[in-house]
Design a protein around this ligand. Structure first.
Ligand SMILES: Nc1ncnc2c1ncn2[C@@H]1O[C@H](COP(=O)(O)OP(=O)(O)OP(=O)(O)O)[C@@H](O)[C@H]1O
Length: 215
């Protein structure tokens, strides 16, 4: 599998946030986005995930299963700053929703809900309303979303911000396991997070609008 981003530009409001961003990632590869606050990291992640329309360019995925290139978003999990879980529902209900809503795509297998809870070291509390949990527990279960439906590309925006070191280590193992199984990871993160050997791409914000970016 290959993810190819070519000549991406994006606009927020009136302003171009970045132009000419290109990179290619193959199975097992990772890309770390760096750059100061407001430089466009989240915007680029949302464009690749298919949540924001690019001004120019495309992010496509060439899968071994499919002769045709398809939008990268169809192959992606997106874990943004927000957790994407309903506070009133139990953890199990939230994860069951994501599991049935997303389903698996060809080429990989997902975990069931208790297995995913175990993988984020929180088994036994999936019957609790999500809103009862601590911020760190909520974030861990948001990470469990990545495991209950298979997607080869993980797009992660500061996934472990405000978590403790043990959670970092747990998440690092998940990311390593995903890459070893042939997955691709793109993350805006200041922590290592299993991203060894990753390409890096420094986002320059408005300053970079006249400069070409590529990783
Ligand atoms: N919905 C929006 N409408 C207009 N401008 C926006 C919107 N969202 C973000 N921006 C602007 O786009 C620019 C890039 O923001 P973005 O969130 O992508 O940066 P970032 O590098 O992820 O920042 P941080 O490190 O603070 O998370 C900023 O100038 C921001 O003000």
């Amino acid at each position: 599998m290959r993810l190819e981003a070519e000549s991406l530009s994006a606009r927020r409001g009136e302003d171009l946030i970045f132009v000419n961003v290109s990179f290619t990632l193959a199975s097992g590869d990772a890309l770390v986005l760096t750059g100061r606050n407001g430089s466009g990291k989240s915007t680029l992640l949302r464009v690749v995930a298919g949540l924001l329309r690019p001004e120019t360019g495309s992010a496509i995925c060439l899968s071994d299963m499919d002769a045709e290139a398809r939008p990268a978003g169809e192959f992606s999990h997106y874990l943004g700053h927000r957790n994407g879980m309903k506070r009133e529902l139990t953890v199990a209900e939230n994860l069951a929703f994501w599991k049935s809503y997303l389903g698996d795509i060809e080429g990989g297998q997902s975990l069931d809900i208790e297995e995913a809870a175990d993988a984020v070291e929180l088994s036994g509390i999936t019957h609790l309303p999500y809103g009862y949990l601590s911020a760190g527990q909520q974030r861990r279960f948001a990470m469990a979303r990545l495991l209950v439906a298979y997607r080869p590309i993980w797009i992660l925006d500061e996934p472990t911000a405000a978590l403790d070191r043990r959670a970092d280590a747990m998440f690092e193992d998940l990311v390593k396991g995903h890459r070893e199984a042939g997955g691709i990871v793109i993350a805006a993160t200041h922590q290592p997070l299993g991203m060894e050997g990753a390409q890096t791409l420094e986002m320059l914000g408005f300053d970079g609008v006249d400069t070409e970016y590529s990783a």
